[in-house]
Design a protein around this ligand. Structure first.
Ligand code: PEP
Ligand code: MN
Length: 337
């Protein structure tokens, strides 16, 4: 249920409504909005009676929410969520590009890549200090040393830092350093990690699981929001299908599908979708054309020797070309590139 307060409702009427909802053993979640105050109700196990809310002073409407997710839905918040970090603003109609290596390997590697992607127009730097690898024998990331390198990258370049937390203990560490905390595809339904991310003060970049439906992605975001963190950026990164000409199949239809039902921004990761660098630019162009709010792109200064995901990492010159190409598409669709 969504309670919409009258636009002239007083602070006292809003507080009384919150108290009345709590007295019914339900959880009120105020949803920030520019025009009016709305209060989402969570915690009910069955349908609620609208009449019990409509009698409260200052309540204009009580709208049953038809979707299993509530706080992330457009029914609850019609206007787009806009998230600002550092010099980046995500969800305001411009294309935000987050770029960097798959893994933090060294200070020199990160600084060289960070300078290159910044010059090309990226506003956020990505790089994993904790890596979720398919094989236990593959490079697992530099851990805390990697986080120190990321801090240096922010200091030297001013780029906002996006890095992944793969469990509770490293979320605590990542939270101190990251401007945006990434939750990877493999953890999209790690519900205890999602709840912890919901208690973080940092925005969360939530990647779609490789076999997750759009509704499951939105329910995962709902876990984060229900725990108090409203700053969530969704990310389509390809799903697993029978197709074997790419690492995953990029589901571009997820972008308009998410936008029609949710107010959250959604970006696309063409690198993990493709698994090979020759497809990254065309898929980026397609992503912008279907309305993505941004891109997450892997770039490496020496991809032949990268410790992870070298074959899908762009050379810095290719990243330059990507930025120009994407700006042209954005201009033609009306998005600001
Ligand atoms: C990554 O961004 O490097 C990564 C591991 O991505 P995903 O979780 O989408 O596989
Ligand atoms: Mn990677």
């Amino acid at each position: 249920m969504l309670i919409v307060m009258d636009k002239n409702a007083t602070r006292e009427q809003i507080d009384n409504t919150v108290r009345a909802i709590k007295a019914m053993k339900l959880t009120p979640v105020p949803v920030p909005g520019s025009q009016r105050t709305a209060i989402g109700i969570i915690g009910n196990t069955g349908p609620l009676d609208r009449a019990s809310f409509l009698v409260l002073d200052g309540v204009k409407e009580a709208i049953p929410v038809s979707k299993p997710y509530k706080l992330v839905s457009r029914e609850v918040k019609p206007e787009n969520t806009i998230i600002s970090v550092g010099n980046a603003t995500i969800g305001d109609g411009n294309i935000t590009v987050i770029a960097g290596p798959c893994a933090v390997e060294s200070r020199e590697q990160c600084l060289a890549i960070a300078r290159a992607v910044k010059n090309a127009g990226a506003t956020c730097f990505r790089g994993g200090a904790f890596k979720p690898r398919t094989s236990p024998y593959s490079f697992q990331g530099l851990g805390e040393k990697g986080l120190e390198i990321l801090t240096a990258v922010r200091q030297e370049t001013g780029l906002a830092i996006v890095t992944e937390a793969i469990d509770h203990s490293n979320l605590e560490l990542v939270e101190d350093v990251a401007d945006i905390i990434q939750i990877g595809a493999r953890n999209m339904q790690n519900f205890s990690l999602l709840k912890r991310a919901g208690r973080s003060s940092k925005p969360i970049l939530l990647k779609r699981g490789m076999s997750a439906t759009v509704d499951e992605l939105l329910m995962a975001a709902e876990y984060i929001m229900a725990n108090g963190n409203h700053r969530i950026i969704l990310c389509e990164r390809g799903v697993r299908t029978f197709a074997d000409h790419t690492r995953n199949t990029l589901d571009l239809s997820a972008v308009p599908a998410v936008k029609s039902v949710s107010h959250l921004p959604i970006i696309v990761d063409p690198s993990h979708a493709a698994g090979r660098r020759d497809q990254v630019i065309p898929l980026s162009r397609g992503s912008v054309a279907v309305g993505a709010d941004g891109l997450l792109v892997e770039v490496h200064n020496d991809p032949q020797h990268a410790l992870s995901d070298g074959p899908q990492s762009l050379y810095p010159e290719q990243f330059d070309e990507l930025m120009k190409s994407v700006a042209a598409v954005a201009a033609s669709t009306g998005a600001a590139g």
